[in-house]
Design a protein around this ligand. Sequence first.
Ligand code: ADP
Length: 318
Amino acid sequence: RVVVVGSFNVDHVWTVAALPRPGETLSGHYHTGPGGKGFNQATAAARAGATTTFVCALGDDLGGQLARALATADGIDLRDHASEAPTGTAGIYVDHDGRNSIVIGPGANADLGADFVQTQQAAIAKAHVVLAQLESPLPAVEAAFAAARAAGVRTVLNPAPADALAPASLLGLADVITPNETEFCAQLARHAGERLDAATLVAHDDDTLHALCRRLLPQGTVVITLGAAGCFVSHAPGRLHGDARTHYRVAAAHVQPQDTTGAGDAFNGALSASWARNPTAAFADHLHYANRYAALSTERAGAAASMPHDADVRARFD
Ligand code: ADP
């Protein structure tokens, strides 16, 4: 069982020849669909085969109805705080080179509070893994992780987006953090005063990466996702989660990516689901599964909609 605490957005996406400039009116191809890091990750966890609860805040509007319908379709146990604000939205322009401009209206997501999360303590205590991101208010995420810790439940923090600060108090409640290269550099700058760019980071050898991870999260596991290069993991000594080594890389699966939006969300949902389904397996096995799951998600367009099912992953790679 996985409990995901996070955001739900209705994404409005326009594909345009060039990103609009001030004063300009353009036309482009439009589509809409579900998004938000929390909901993407909950969808991935459910489709990867975990019993999944999603704790979020929704408005009393069409977006909220969409979230309920989609959660029902994927068998997600939805625990939503009823907000008076509109359901979260994202306006996204994508040009033909794949560059984007995004405006997020957090709306109801900003209303997810520690008090509501605390009413979900029973669900959290029954989980194997609690998964959260930084797209929701920090007190809500901290309340979820504190409840998890009190019940001996494992916590996974995806410290995204990169411009959100994870305070030391929250990092201290995380068993695993899963930044991409940019998010890792951002958190490292804040917590260790070390300024690195993503290109310099990935050029480091494994021992240096491990040392940097140990400075950021001395007591926990750091998984850095590396796009087409897969991921790197660094464990605290004595907390190897069934692995033989403190640090190593896991190569990505070979695919033909069409749209890498949501690859990180796919990875987080699948990693948490795999860990929850088989808590005694070696952590390397879960990373291997998460890489394959996320790779397959890049072959499909969309955020939550692009998440594959466990059977698709097995059919493709086993
Ligand atoms: P984010 O989407 O947060 O930027 P990454 O780009 O690191 O995250 O991707 C997350 C995971 O998705 C990677 O660790 C990998 O498993 C998978 N992935 C992403 N891009 C590719 C790719 N081109 N080929 C294979 N796997 C990929």
